[in-house]
Each structure stands twice: as C-alpha cells, then as structure tokens.
Design a protein around this ligand. Structure first.
Ligand code: DQA
Length: 149
C-alpha cells in the first residue's frame, strides 16, 4: 500500500489568490494542491486534499485520517488554529502525526494570532514562508515516512 499524506485546509483558504494577496500571496489553493501532489508523487507518496470552512468537517477529517489510510496530516487550520479546542482534541485523539502550517508568520501579526491552541499536540510547525510552508511540510512528511519504511 502506498503511503499517503492528507492535506487539510481550514476556513477562508478556498479564497487564496484573491484573499489579502499582500499577506497570503497570489497562488490559488488549486495551484498549491497541484504542486504538493506532484512533489509527493515524485517520492511515491499519495495525497488527499480537503478544504472546509466548517470546524466539524475538519474534526471529522482528522478523526477519519487513519481509516482513510493517511500516514501524515499537513494542517492549515486557518483562524481555528487560535481557538478551536475541538480541533486540538481531535489531533490529540489520533496517532497520525500532524504538521501545522501557516502561509504567514502569525507572530508578526495581530496579537490574537500569536497563540496556537493546536501547537502542543502537533509534531511541529512551519510558518511564514508563503506556499513554501506547505512544500517544506510535505518534504518533512516524505522524509519521515521514508525513514520509517
Ligand atoms: C493562516 C493564519 C491565520 O491566522 C489566519 O486566520 C488564516 C491563515 C495562515 O496560513 O497564515 O486563515 O493560517
């Protein structure tokens, strides 16, 4: 069975490309997903992508990650990062490792973005590199998967 990375995008990330491009860049979510898919495929790793504006959908996807064959999760929880205890608890409840990703450097922005309630339950965080945050996260996931196999 091929290893798989599940990429989860939270609220408002469907608007990438037009959403505050000075902060989030000009690439669309489809552009980023396509690039991630290519990067993983080159390493023989399968990908699955999901974007939702709804907290419960993200909780469901995290809960179901293992049964859907995911070996790793790359998660940009968007604004839920800063206050969703439900998403934090879902991550804590599973054994699939999660990499937290942000396009922007949240620590240089508003105070309310400085706190990540999911940070204590993820494997690590990558932030502030625009879409390269996702590509760096994919690179980590691929390396961890191949070190394990
Ligand atoms: C974000 C940062 C969050 O604070 C914000 O609510 C987002 C995007 C990022 O990728 O930089 O929606 O997660």
């Amino acid at each position: 069975m091929m290893s798989k990375v599940l990429v989860l995008h939270g609220p408002n990330l469907n608007l990438l490309g037009t959403r505050e491009p000075e902060i989030y860049g000009h690439e669309t979510l489809a552009d980023i997903n396509k690039e991630l898919e290519k990067q993983a495929a080159q390493a023989g790793v399968d990908t699955e992508f999901m974007q939702s504006n709804h907290e419960g959908d993200l909780v469901d996807a995290i809960q179901q990650a293992a049964s859907r064959g995911a070996d790793f999760i790359i998660l940009n929880a968007g604004a839920y990062t800063h206050y969703s205890i439900a998403i934090r608890d879902a991550i804590a409840a599973i054994t699939v490792p999660v990499i937290e990703v942000h396009l922007s450097n949240v620590h240089t922005r508003e105070e309310f973005r400085h706190k990540s309630v999911i940070a204590p339950v993820v494997m690590g965080q990558i932030l502030g590199f625009g879409s390269d945050s996702y590509f760096a996260a994919m690179s980590v996931a691929i390396r961890k998967i191949s070190a394990r196999d």
